[in-house]
Design a protein around this ligand. Structure first.
Ligand code: HEC
Ligand code: HEC
Length: 210
């Protein structure tokens, strides 16, 4: 048969490899090459602020380790398109192409989150009450309703557990003042508007220790 011929020739050239194994090997190489391009960017450029494994040390640089890849990719797209503004991240995100954004998001999502930073015990009781039950008097809903009881989140509602207190406070204030507007349906803006700064500080402290 005409079509049999080249197959048999190649099979003789590489006797131990079945075609399936060869295909897997080639796909494996392609995968490794893609992963390493993203990994290289992550461990050099991004690492300068977000830490070598996405667990930043400086409290105003968010921890990215273990956040949902959907959320991370959305934030990078939003910075790139100007839907979320930040002087530092906007030019960095603008320099990434869509394929790289996906790869970076997947890479950071796969990092293991380090234990949360030390917390101020005096704020934890109020912080936990707000996280679990909200504030019924002022109409603040519970955070756990969207971000899950343990703060690990889901593709629609990002992980918050273990995030730096200072970063969380900053983002809550950006939502509250309408400076950050990339939350679908104003979910975060409408609830942070009803929160006092003391409540924000307390819930951010509780989140950091989760
Ligand atoms: C010079 C410091 C710096 C570098 C380098 C940097 N970032 Fe950032 N990144 C920040 C800061 C600061 C913020 C918080 C921005 C804000 O307040 O909105 C941030 C926020 C983010 C967020 C949003 C996190 C969240 O929880 O919403 C993502 C995602 C992100 N960076 C990814 C990256 C990636 C990927 C790289 C490398 C390509 C990178 N960053 C490089 C400083 C940096
Ligand atoms: C109705 C659902 C909902 C509730 C309730 C909710 N969140 Fe969110 N939250 C979201 C969504 C959606 C986002 C992602 C916004 C985006 O896409 O940028 C978010 C984002 C955040 C962020 C930004 C994370 C980051 O890495 O930048 C913080 C911090 C946060 N929420 C804290 C809270 C706190 C604290 C509470 C309780 C007081 C709370 N959320 C209640 C839906 C909710």
């Amino acid at each position: 048969m005409r079509f049999d011929q080249p197959l048999r020739v190649s099979a003789r050239l590489a006797p131990p490899l079945t075609w399936a194994a060869l295909a897997c090997l080639l796909l494996g190489f392609a995968g490794a090459a893609l992963a390493s391009a993203a990994e290289q960017t992550a461990t050099t450029l991004c690492a300068a602020c977000h830490g070598p494994d996405g667990n930043s040390v400086a409290p105003t640089f968010p921890r990215l380790a273990g956040l949902q890849r959907e959320y991370l990719a959305k934030q990078l797209d939003d910075f790139r398109a100007g839907r979320r503004t930040n002087e530092t991240m906007a030019p960095i995100a603008a320099a990434l192409d869509p394929g790289m954004i996906k790869e970076l998001a997947a890479w950071f999502a796969a990092r293991k989150p380090a234990p949360g930073p030390a917390t101020n015990a005096a704020l934890l009781e109020l912080g936990k009450a707000i996280y679990m039950d909200g504030n019924p008097t002022t109409g603040v809903p519970s955070c756990s309703g969207c971000h899950e009881e343990d703060g690990t989140g889901s593709p629609r509602y990002p992980r918050v557990a273990g995030q730096h207190q200072a970063y969380t406070v900053q983002q809550m204030l950006l939502f509250k003042t309408g400076a950050r507007t990339n939350d679908r349906g104003s979910m975060m803006r409408s609830l942070s508007e009803r929160m006092t700064e003391a409540e924000i500080a307390a819930v951010a402290e509780y989140i950091a220790g989760m």
